[in-house]
Design a protein around this ligand. Structure first.
Ligand SMILES: [Zn+2]
Ligand SMILES: [Zn+2]
Length: 285
């Protein structure tokens, strides 16, 4: 079984529509794919309608969190998308995305970059606007060669010259809300230090004690040493270990299924979840 538990569509900052994403996942030979757009479940209906036979969809989201001033992402799987408390928190985070992206544009303009809000809005299209869209504008303008080159202190990394904070959820609150909606939580790319400061292990231990289910270990932003360290941490804390592509379509170079999750871990995630069930493909359009 080939299982990829972290992907983005045009519902957030990926470049594949949800329908294209599930078709591409099937074409990449995946058996299971999770749709985990940032702070939104908006892509579910289209992905389910287009889901090819033989591919199972895990519904999810990647929640924007912050602890002690450090931003982090929490993957949430198989929660009830209608559960009101978690839904309200996602809306709070999402409503803050436009003013935040506008703020980053203003900071870039002050730095002499000829970026406009119209350009960023065009790149984001229907998706909930985020830093990668601003980064893509910088690539279009020839300011940086690639999107990842925009995630530095000179530009858009946490605390960078053009960075703006946004509303982010306390991870302990997020874990509680996701559990309350019947979902399972996995700390996304906890060792991705190129994006900014990372969360200390002591805080991850506290999250484990508060009900965190797992950590994402096999991820393109983790070098082999980081993966070994995180695998050891997961063993110490009794956390599940996942691997996933964090696919963003053509916005990043990683391909669907390039990093994957062990079938036993996937089985455990589905056993723990009570908010939603994985959706088997029935052919799609
Ligand atoms: Zn992330
Ligand atoms: Zn992601």
């Amino acid at each position: 079984m080939r299982i990829d538990l972290h992907t983005h569509s045009t519902a957030s900052d990926g470049t594949d529509t949800p329908a294209e994403l599930v078709r591409n996942a099937a074409a990449a030979g995946l058996d299971v794919v999770a749709l985990t757009d940032h702070d939104t479940t908006r892509g579910y209906a289209e992905a389910i309608a287009a889901l090819p036979e033989g591919l199972t969809l895990v519904t999810g989201a990647e929640l924007s969190c912050r602890i002690d001033g450090v931003s982090m992402h929490l993957l949430a799987y198989l929660f009830d998308p209608e559960e009101p408390e978690l839904l309200a928190e996602r809306e709070l985070v999402r409503d803050d995305r436009v003013p935040r992206a506008r703020g980053m544009v203003a900071k870039l303009q002050a730095l002499g970059v000829p970026v406009t809000w119209e350009q960023v809005a065009r790149i984001a299209g229907d998706g909930s606007v985020g830093r990668p869209h601003v980064a893509t504008a910088l690539v279009e303008l020839g300011v940086v060669p690639t999107v990842s080159d925009a995630f530095t202190e000179d530009w858009l990394a946490d605390g960078g010259q053009a960075y703006m904070e946004k509303h982010e959820t306390d991870p302990f609150e997020a874990i509680r809300l996701v559990k309350g909606a019947g979902g399972v939580t996995v700390f996304a790319h906890p060792g991705a230090d190129k994006r900014g400061r990372t969360v200390p292990e002591a805080a991850i231990a506290k999250m484990a004690a508060a009900g965190l289910d797992g950590i994402e270990v096999d991820h393109m932003d983790h070098d082999p040493e980081t993966r070994d360290r995180l695998r050891g941490l997961a063993a110490d804390l009794g956390l599940l270990v996942t691997g996933s592509s964090d696919y963003h379509g053509s916005r990043k170079t990683v391909t669907l299924g390039e990093f994957r999750t062990d079938p036993e871990v996937y089985g455990e995630i589905t056993r723990r979840a009570t908010g939603a069930f994985p959706v088997p493909g029935t052919g799609g359009a």
